[in-house]
Write a protein that binds this ligand. Sequence first.
Ligand SMILES: [Zn+2]
Ligand SMILES: [Zn+2]
Length: 471
Amino acid sequence: MKLTFTLPDCLCLISFFYSCKTCSSRSVIMERPSRSIPFGERACNRGSASGTAAPGNSSMCEPFGEEEYQPPIWKSYLYQLQQEAPQPKRVTCPQEIDRKPKHYGREFHGRISRERSVELLGVEGAYLIRESQRHPGTYTLALRFGAQTLNYRLFYDGKHFVGEKRFESIRELVSDGLIALYIQSKASQYISQMTCNPIYETLLMVKEQERCLQYEKAHSFKTHTFPGPHWCEYCANFMWGLIAQGLRCSGCGLSVHSQCSQLVPRDCPPDQWRVKRVFSADLTTLVKAHNTQRPLVVDMCVREIERRGLRAEGLYRVPGSSEYIKQLKMAFEREGEKVVLNEDAYPDINIIAGTLKLYLQGLPIPVITYHLYYTFIQAAGITNPEARLEAIHEAVLQLPPAHYETLRYLMAHLNRVTAFERHNFMSAENLGMVFGPTLMRRPNDSPISLDLLWSQSLTVQLLIQNEDILF
Ligand SMILES: [Zn+2]
Ligand SMILES: [Zn+2]
C-alpha cells in the first residue's frame, strides 16, 4: 500500500485520507481515490468546521458550500472547557452552628462577615454559605472564582437556586455555576458568534422531496435537562452545564441552545417524520437509552459485512455511494433494528461499511475519548513492544464501558477483516490508517501534525493486531 502525500499548508487534516474540496490540491489522500469521496469530505479548518477556531476568528461566518453533503462535525471546544472548569471545594465549618437551616450542611458558617468568608476561601472553586449579618434569615453563597470572591443571594424552595436553575444540592449548584463562570470567562466571544455557521441544514433527516412539500410550523421549545453530554443541533457546539443545558422541541426532539432556538427555521416536522437521532447521539447516552451493550448500527453493520463482505477488495477503503449511505442513515433513524441490510436492499457492501464509518465519525465524543487521546498516543509511541502493549492495555481499561465495549467489538471485527487480507487487501496497517481518524480525534480541533496522524494509525493498527490480549 502506497500513500500519496502532499504536505498541506493549510493543514486541513481533519480526515486523514479525504481530500478537502476547498483546497483539494493540498490535502492528504490515499492512493486510488478513484471514485468520488462522497460522505467523508469535510470543510477545511479555514472555513467553518473546526470547533476550536480561535474565538473571534473572522472566518467563522463563512457559509458551507451548498451542494456537498457533510456529516455533522461536533465542535469540542466548549466540551473541553467544561472538563477544565474548577471543581467545587466545600469549606466546612469546624463547630456546630445554632440556627442552621436543615437544608444546609457543614458548608454553613453562620453569621460570619464578608471579610471572614474571603479569608476562609482559599483555592478556586472553594465555597461556603453564610447568613447575612444585616438581614438575618437571608443567606449568601460565597464562591472563589477568577481570584475573586463572588457572593450570590441563595434561595431554597425545596430546591436550591441563585438564578433560574433549580438544584437538588448545593454542590450541584456550585459545580454548574463554576462551569458557567469558567466558560463565560474563556469563551464569551466564541459563544456570541457560535450561531453564525449553523449545521442545522445538514442534520435534517427529511428527504429532499419531502422537504419540497412546503410546510411551516414553529418548534415548541422547552427548557430541558439532558442526561448525558449533548450537542446543539443548530450550531454543533456543546451544551454546557449540569442541568437545563438547553431547549428541546416537544414535537420533534430538536435540541438547541437557548440562543440558537431563535434562529431555527419554522420547520418542525409533522409527527410521522419524527426521527430518533441514532446518529450523532452520545455513545453512552444512546446505549443507556436503548439498553444495549453497543449501538445497534455498529452491531448490524458488522454482522452484515461479516456475512457477505469480508472478501470485498478495499473493504472500508473504497467509499460507497453517498446517496445510498444517506438513505441508509435515514433508515436507521426511522426504523432502528428493523432496517434491512441484505444484498437486495444494498447490493454494494461499501454502502454498509461507509455507513458504519459515518456513524463512528459522527459521534460527538469519539470511541477513543478525547480524555484518553494522548494516553493512547503516548502508549503507542513506547518502543519496547511488551511495555507498549501493557500501556495500551491500561489505556483501554480506562475507557467508559460503552466505549470499551464498542472498541472491543470493532477491533475483533477488523482483526477478522485482516484474516481475509489475501482477498480484500486490507492489512491491519491499512485499516489503522482508515480508522485512525474515525476512532480518535484530538481534544482540540486545531490542525493536526503528520506525526500525530501516524501515531493515530499506529494506535489503531496495534489495537487490531493485538485485540485478543488487549481487551
Ligand atoms: Zn447552538
Ligand atoms: Zn420541532
